[in-house]
Design a binder for this molecule. Structure first.
Ligand code: NOJ
Length: 557
């Protein structure tokens, strides 16, 4: 059966502010991305997701859009964007854009009109409500504080994220048509699809009723504005009216935490709303559903817990369709800090084991910029070093709650800005990112961790990532690794993460030793050849495999 192109693709995420600056203003831009396309081609990337480039006051770094049709001057022009699409195409790379349509910016003309005239058509594109005694309900915004902002008198509007990100009212059919028009306009310009931001929030409980108050008198949004019943009608309509009907099948990846298992088939099953989705369970495993100030390091997370949370999503998705796999994005800190015990962030074998473990799962793998060179967190010494709206809000909250400075500083190290500091291209000034002053600090370890140093070193993390990508595409087990079924093995051994991939024409066994110590396992089946390992040798004695510290192996079976 012919499979859609995006199932065997390897994806890469660019956070444009921090990828490459071409004009010395300290912020990355589209021409910078064009300059670095060869790096992506070299890595074997098929499709690039670029975080928002649209016109925006940048309150949430572009996730607050004031014009869906225009590129923000900070990043370049629409012509630069079209050139990027062409230049990428020449290298066999497709571009997908970010689609931020749960909310826009308060500077969008629709909102400005709505503010000026409560009776205008655009006023109903948003959630405006009148309330005499304070906010209309007790819902808490994702970035802290009430979801309601007063605009004078008794009039309020709703924002699930920041104050400058008013939520769009999807109940209004005219608004929905405008959004679909915009989607098709960009697809007509040659992009291959979208990563769909915060999409599980577009349907709200229509009664807008308050919920049981929590510690601050407010309530979280999970039960009133996330995956709320009725959302499927909107998503099906968007699929049919906006995403369908293109020669190159449109790839859509939904940011979709908490989709109930019984609903998953509608999202990513046959003719699902989306091609795949980002699940959050394993990416937030360190957070205990709490804040960064309580995050736990890997040494406090049993490997079985990590394994089981990854496997659950992969198996749930396999039952119905497809998914995306990832370790990092622009909303988290670095994966080597999250998933490796303290002290091992620069351990070559640890870093490459982690890469092997996730890149061969069943789903389309996403590599986040800098992950391919083993980028690590930086140490933030003060709140003044960060820019991120949610970090600043958290800090205010911690201060109001009287948290000791030490705990606030510990929380700060999990800031989203960890993954937003500039890409490390060279050992030179500003890591080769800019000739000006970078908008966020440069990690001092760029003198050792950088693309230039790694690209010709066969033993670098970058070279290993290239091998992983190649194994998926051009090896004896490429069919198994890209499209094959997923089957967990050796579950009784809590120190390793091992699975089979069973394809139509080949099968593979992937074994990852999560211990920084030698570890023996009994092979679950006969193996034919070693496709890839992060050590030169693989020690097998009879049916015993003696794994070296953090050894990862992909076998042909
Ligand atoms: C998810 C995005 O990834 C994040 O960066 C943003 O702040 C929120 N959605 C709001 O758009």
């Amino acid at each position: 059966m012919k499979q859609p192109w995006w199932k065997s693709a390897v994806a890469y995420q660019i956070y444009p502010r921090s990828f490459k600056d071409s004009n010395g203003d300290g912020v990355g831009d589209i021409r910078g991305i064009i300059e670095k396309l060869d790096h992506l081609q070299d890595l074997g990337i098929d499709v690039v997701w670029i975080s928002p480039l649209y016109k925006s006051p940048m309150d949430d770094c572009g996730y607050d859009i004031s014009d869906y049709y225009a590129i923000d001057p900070l990043f370049g022009t629409n012509e630069d964007m079209y050139e990027l699409i062409d230049e990428a195409k020449k290298r066999g790379i497709k571009i997908i854009m970010d689609l931020v349509i749960n909310h826009c910016s308060d500077e969008h003309e629709w909102f400005q009109k709505a503010l000026a005239d409560p009776t205008c058509e655009e006023a109903d594109y948003f959630y405006f409500r009148e309330s005499k005694d304070g906010p209309p309900n007790n819902w808490r915004s994702m970035f802290g504080g009430s979801v309601w902002e007063n605009v004078g008198g008794d009039r309020y509007y709703m924002h699930l994220f920041g104050k400058k990100q008013p939520d769009l009212n999807w109940e209004n059919p005219k608004l929905r048509e405008k959004l679909y028009e915009n989607i098709r306009w960009w697809l007509d310009r040659g992009i291959a699809g979208f990563r769909v931001d915060a999409i599980v929030h577009i349907k709200k409980d229509p009664t807008l009723a308050s919920r049981e108050p929590q510690w601050d008198g407010m309530c979280g949004l999970l039960d009133c504005a996330r995956n709320y019943p009725g959302i499927n009608d909107f998503l099906a309509e968007m699929r049919d009216k906006a995403f369908t009907g293109y020669d190159v099948e449109c790839m859509t990846v939904a940011e979709a935490p908490g989709v109930p298992q019984e609903e998953l088939k509608f999202y990513v099953g046959e003719n699902g709303f989306f091609s795949m989705l980002f699940d959050f369970t394993y990416s937030e495993i360190n957070l205990w559903n709490a804040g960064w100030e309580c995050a736990r390091p890997k040494e406090d997370i049993p490997t079985t817990e990590l394994r089981d949370s990854i496997y659950k999503h992969i198996l749930d998705a396999q039952e119905v369709g497809w998914t995306a796999v990832y370790l990092e994005n622009h909303d988290y800190s670095r994966s080597v800090n999250k998933y490796l015990p303290t002290g091992d962030q620069r351990d070559y074998h640890g870093v490459t084991m982690l890469a092997t473990m996730y890149m061969n799962l069943r789903g389309t793998p996403f590599i986040y910029q800098g992950q391919e060179i083993g980028s690590t967190n930086i140490i933030f010494n003060s709140i003044d070093e960060v820019n991120d709206i949610s970090t600043l809000n958290n800090w205010r909250g911690w201060t109001a709650a009287g948290l000791p400075l030490e705990q606030k500083m510990a929380g700060l190290q999990y800031s989203r800005d960890q993954n937003r500091i500039p890409m490390q291209w060279t050992a030179g000034e500003n890591a080769g990112f800019t000739t000006g002053k970078a908008w966020l600090p440069i990690n001092p370890n760029h003198v050792e961790i950088n693309v230039e140093a790694q690209q010709n070193d066969p033993n670098s993390v970058l070279s290993y990532y290239k091998k992983l990508v190649k194994a998926r595409k051009e090896s004896v087990v490429s069919d198994a690794l890209s499209l094959g079924d997923f089957e967990p093995v050796l579950l009784e051994d809590g120190d390793i993460i091992a699975y089979k991939r069973i394809g139509e024409t080949s099968s593979a066994l992937v074994i990852n030793n999560y211990l920084k110590a030698e570890h023996e396992v009994t092979l679950p089946c006969a193996v034919k050849s070693v496709v890839l390992s992060n050590y030169d040798d693989v020690a097998i004695e009879g049916d015993k495999l003696i794994l070296k510290p953090y050894q990862a192996i992909v076998f042909e079976i």
